[in-house]
Ligand binder design. Structure first.
Ligand code: FAD
Ligand code: NAD
Ligand code: ISD
Length: 436
């Protein structure tokens, strides 16, 4: 026997928090009808804080300060908030099996929880080096970063080796943000990854050159186009990282950021999958009508890209898909349409801050001062790129933009601004968007 709810949210991360707020705003979370099950021990929080505010040497952010939905300058939803609104939070509890036909979930404590409608918000998990044939993830000084527990380990290890050497494996989001945090905490960093440049899936070589040069000026060493083949250990700790070219990097700590994989396993064989996630329609509804999927785990049609199905592992997407799912499932009239999402990614490192909107397809047209050390004349760096496909803006990247400038480039992507002359676009640069 177990409990039964009208709505169950499986997963207690970013999407869960934003979905809960939407339920409450629509007066649809009347007492004990909504339940959130999470294997984390905390109410939903803004995960991006873990690689930024959480790692600051002074004044570091800690819960409860960054529960959702403060990342959108909205209400801070503490555990008390859920209690006050009659939302049942089942924390520290893993769902180990799901029966879509029977509409039940089995938890690690042996309880069977029934639902009428399920929102799958299980996010993604950090990939480990073992998946690339390298063992050592269990060492006391090897860190990944996905949740508060990981972040606490990282902080502890980082603080145990001031002035020491860190090897950061991976040149994506985690690698770049953790490398910046480590240097700020007085740990020397060597970054190792197989790609030609950092942030290979998003940055152009020119954009990457700027950030790599900036990081280098902060003391970070880049070792590119090389793989980690093994890690030397002593007394439960990694002491050195061995590379494919035979080089040995002494290490007091290692941070691994080699990608993430969506947590779909509970639904394999039960729901349609695409792009490594649960395939949903524009209302975020899965192949079984009683199930919705949101956030990192959802593969949904992006109208702006002609309905192309995408799975986006970014916080804005988690927030918006979660809200849209709730709005759609509560819509008795059937008038709620498909989500119309403009993909948005961002990062903040050192005193830099970039935003990207849309799709990085077509010809990249750079603007502003991208010279290594650009902005080094005292001013903050400001530069960017547009991606132009079939005579229209498909994507835009902006470093150092003001809120108005960021809004302007977002609007240019959203409307697919026409580009008559690519050379002229490069000359006009930011003004193309801001003076449209
Ligand atoms: P999550 O927030 O990961 O939540 C999933 C939840 O489900 C977790 O609580 C998990 O424990 C739980 N769960 C999973 N399986 C089960 C199960 N079987 N039983 C019970 N519970 C389960 N994006 C940006 O755009 N900008 C950023 O600056 C940024 N920074 C980031 C920094 C870090 C360190 C990380 C890890 C991610 C960052 N992201 C950022 C990505 C962003 O945080 C994610 O896209 C977002 O958290 C996805 O939300 P979600 O709710 O889908 O998944
Ligand atoms: P990622 O996909 O951004 O980067 C993975 C990196 O690992 C790439 O540089 C890739 O070349 C490298 N790599 C792959 N295999 C490797 C190997 N065997 N050895 C060394 N390097 C290897 O993934 P991530 O940085 O691990 O981030 C994990 C998740 O967290 C993603 O969902 C990401 O979107 C999210 N995240 C986002 C932000 C943000 O949006 N600002 C910040 C942090 C984390
Ligand atoms: O979106 C975000 C982000 O980048 C953070 O650091 O949410 C957090 C919050 O700002 C935490 O307060």
């Amino acid at each position: 026997m177990g409990r039964s709810f009208e709505y169950v949210i499986l997963g207690g991360g970013v999407a869960a928090g934003y979905a809960a707020l939407e339920f409450v705003r629509r007066n649809a979370a009347s007492s004990q009808e909504l339940c959130i099950i999470s294997d984390e021990h905390f109410a939903p929080y803004e995960r991006p804080a873990l690689s930024k505010g959480y790692l600051l040497p002074r004044g570091a952010q800690r819960l409860p300060a960054f529960h959702t939905c403060v990342g959108s300058s909205d209400e801070l939803l503490t555990e008390e908030w859920y209690n006050e609104h009659g939302i049942v939070l089942v924390l520290g509890t893993r769902v180990v099996a799901a029966d879509v036909r029977g509409k039940t979930l089995l938890t690690s404590s042996g309880e069977t929880i029934s639902y009428k409608t399920l929102i799958v918000a299980t996010g993604a998990q950090a990939m480990k080096l073992e998946e690339f044939g390298v063992s050592g993830s269990d060492a006391r000084n090897v860190c990944i970063l996905r949740d508060v527990e990981d972040a606490d380990k990282l902080v502890g290890v980082m603080r145990s080796c001031p002035g020491g050497n860190a090897v950061v494996v991976g040149g994506g989001y985690i690698g770049m943000e953790c490398a910046a945090a480590l240097v700020t905490n007085n740990v020397k960093v060597t970054m190792v990854f197989p790609g030609k440049h950092c942030m290979g899936r998003l940055f152009t070589p020119k954009i990457a050159e700027f950030y790599e040069s900036y990081y280098t000026s902060k003391g970070v060493t880049f070792l590119k186009e090389v793989a980690v083949t093994s890690m030397q250990r002593s007394a439960g700790k990694v002491t050195a990282v061995i590379l494919g070219n035979g080089r040995r990097l002494p290490a007091d700590m290692v941070v691994v950021g080699v990608g993430a994989r969506a947590n779909t396993g509970l639904f394999d064989g039960q729901l349609a999958m695409e792009k490594g996630g649960i395939k949903v329609n524009g209302r975020m509804q899965a192949s079984d009508a009683s199930v919705y999927a949101v956030g990192d785990v959802a593969a949904f049609p992006v109208k702006l890209f002609g309905g192309d199905v995408r799975r986006l592992e970014h916080v804005d997407c988690a927030r918006r898909t979660a809200r849209h799912a709730v709005v759609a499932m509560l819509d008795a009239s059937g008038s709620v349409g498909d989500i119309d999402y403009l993909p948005f990614f961002y990062s903040r490192v050192f005193s830099l801050s970039w935003q990207f909107y849309g799709d990085n397809v077509g010809e990249a047209v750079h603007f502003g001062d991208l010279a290594p050390g650009g902005g080094g004349g005292g001013g903050a760096p400001k530069f960017g790129a547009y991606w132009v496909r079939e005579g229209r803006i498909a994507g835009a990247f902006l470093e150092g933009g003001s809120p108005l400038e960021n809004e302007a480039v977002a609007a240019a992507v959203r409307r697919g601004a026409t580009v008559a002359d690519v050379a002229e676009l490069g000359r006009r640069g930011l003004a193309f968007a801001t003076q449209a």
